[in-house]
Design a protein around this ligand. Sequence first.
Ligand code: NAG
Ligand code: NAG
Length: 390
Amino acid sequence: MSGVALSLAVLAAVLVAAAAVAEYSVVDYGARPDGGSDSAGAFLAAWYAACGHAGRPGSRPVMRVPAGRFLLSRAYFKGPCRSAAGVVVAIDGTVLAPLAVDSTAWIMFHYADGLAIRGGTLDGQGRAHWACKADAGRDCPPGTTTLDISQSNGVSVKRVTLLDSKNVHMSIYDCRGVTVQSVRIVAPADSPNTDGIHVQLSSRVRILSATIGTGDDCVSMGPGTSDVLIRNIRCGPGHGISIGSLGGEAGEEGVRNVTVERAALTGTQNGLRIKTWGKPNPGSVTGVTFSRVTMRGVHNPIVVDQNYCPGDVKCPGKSSGVQISDVSYEDIEGTSATPVAVRFDCSGSNPCTGFRLSNISLTYRDRTARSLCRNADGSATGVVSPQSCL
Ligand SMILES: *[C@@H]1O[C@H](CO)[C@@H](O)[C@H](O)[C@H]1NC(C)=O
Ligand SMILES: *[C@@H]1O[C@H](CO)[C@@H](O)[C@H](O)[C@H]1NC(C)=O
């Protein structure tokens, strides 16, 4: 080997070593891929090892869950971590929740800036809990959120499968800059309260290429949500894509700048919904665009409901204090499973303003569907069927 070739080989080896990732596998800390032994201690130890590593330029420490089935009773992965760029959680296998409900969240990441979760399956094993809820005579706890990401910025979650949660599948709370990409969420249509992705008090959230079938909202956006992009989403079964419920409490932050584009909804209870309590608590929803949406047999394809008040208690006059403005529906086509395909049921004290409909084609049993407006103002352009009532 010539001197030049030798020094190149040495240089290459040095570069490989520098790029080598600090990786902490849960099995090295005692996790057992047998689906039965609780690996909570091992997962936590691997997390703290990765989280305590300073990282190297261009590479983030990795916590790895290899192939196999790992029972995890509960995990609270807490930052801040030493690596300024964050920690990668790489999952090849399946992580199983316990059957019993013993907390409000199962896998939690808090204060984990730069967190990247890649791959794997998180199985909430919710069936026994749903059965308890279905049995009116039994007293059941509310359930457990599968993946709870809170107080974390610059997060990404990619190619993760979430199954059968006991409550919300993924919650994004008090975060800025979150990308959720190519996730799959699967739970039966009759599983109670199993929202796909719930976003609250968070901004700059992107949900891209998601496939969600569940027993509640595919995506729900609560108070304090802003700058959201949802693109290429398939939803069904489920309750659709929802902003709300808002105005349930006093002092809530509003929702603004939400774009949903290229969505396919199949057999869902709602399509695109904005929902507020019929209570006077002030609030706002503004700057929402829904575009290029296909509906197949959706029960309420386009719906604004400002009179939500289950049990009719504490809703004086049933008039919502939430102001909804600047909402556009563009290029929406398909079939409604009920005669009223467009329903804008807005607040008498805070009417909806600046609504726009363009290129809408929704039918009911091969016939023209209907639209219904209360306290809603706006305009329609292009072909709009059912005929606009704005
Ligand atoms: C609205 O949100 C998008 C992200 O979806 C962002 O790119 C855009 O800058 C925001 N617009 C405003 C006016 O803040
Ligand atoms: C409505 O459809 C027409 C014709 O296909 C198209 O030129 C126009 O850009 C569409 N408008 C919107 C807002 O999607």
